[in-house]
Design a protein around this ligand. Sequence first.
Ligand code: ATP
Length: 304
Amino acid sequence: MEYVLKTNSLCKNYGHFKALNGLSMNVPKGSIYGLIGKNGAGKTTLIRLICGLQEPTSGDYVLYGKKHIDKDITKSRRRMGAIVETPSIYVDLTAYENLKEQYKVLGIPSDDGISEILKLVGLENTGNKKAKNFSLGMRQRLGIAVALAGSPDFLVLDEPVNGLDPQGIIEIRELILKLNQEHGITVLISSHILDELSKLATYYGFIDNGKMIKQISSIELESKCRKCTHLKVSSTKTLAYVLDTMNIEYKILSNTEADIFEKVNISKLTTELSKKDCEVISIHEHDESLESYFVSLVGGARHE
Ligand code: ATP
């Protein structure tokens, strides 16, 4: 697999406090990588490091094949657009003027492409309206437009839906999906709301106390979070036979335990099993939501 970004045992200390404590992550090319962690887990610190706004205390990262200490890292960074914490926009300027300013910063001489970017983020009809009169969602989309100014193929968004109303959240989500699916942009998006990320992420990195707890693809995560009935029986061999005859999907976990992935008529199943001398020891519904999976990984309160 090709990776846009690889971090290796990245550490960032603030005095004695380890905001990042040996964090390793890999962002696959073409993915929407959801970086999920509670407040204070280290998400913004990580993003500040990879954007070059701060230096790591130790460890390293590789962006588009260039190590962060390589002098050519600036070339890799030009392929990257980011919103760190709040969008960098001038509130006294219009959307178009904001883009022109960003073009100047990037040394892009003409205005070519500004109208297309504004159209892409749905701000093409804002005319003379200044950014200070935009809704929060519009400001966030303008922030994304500014981040898109250098035609990046890697976009980094720090908590982009924080504080937005449901409509604003939907607009940002659809924009991110469009940028990823239609424009091939790899997206790293941080959030403390797993449910929101789950609507778009193709990969997840669970971060806690400055460490990567788990990286997992959305396909793997969904299969882990499937609703199922967990059964303990005297013989899973007999159980498998009975479930096969009932055409029910299952997974054998041991000689005595199995998961069933479909709604099952328990009384019919127990009757069939007792006919074959198979005893049912326990049955329970197992419905692990993404959120409870997250809690099971990172636990309760943050440990300082
Ligand atoms: P949030 O969702 O609240 O933004 P986060 O996961 O982005 O959280 P960070 O902002 O990276 O977390 O902060 C990680 C930890 O590092 C926090 O405990 C924070 O207080 C601490 N921290 C961040 N910046 C500094 C700093 N400049 N000096 C001292 N401590 C800092």
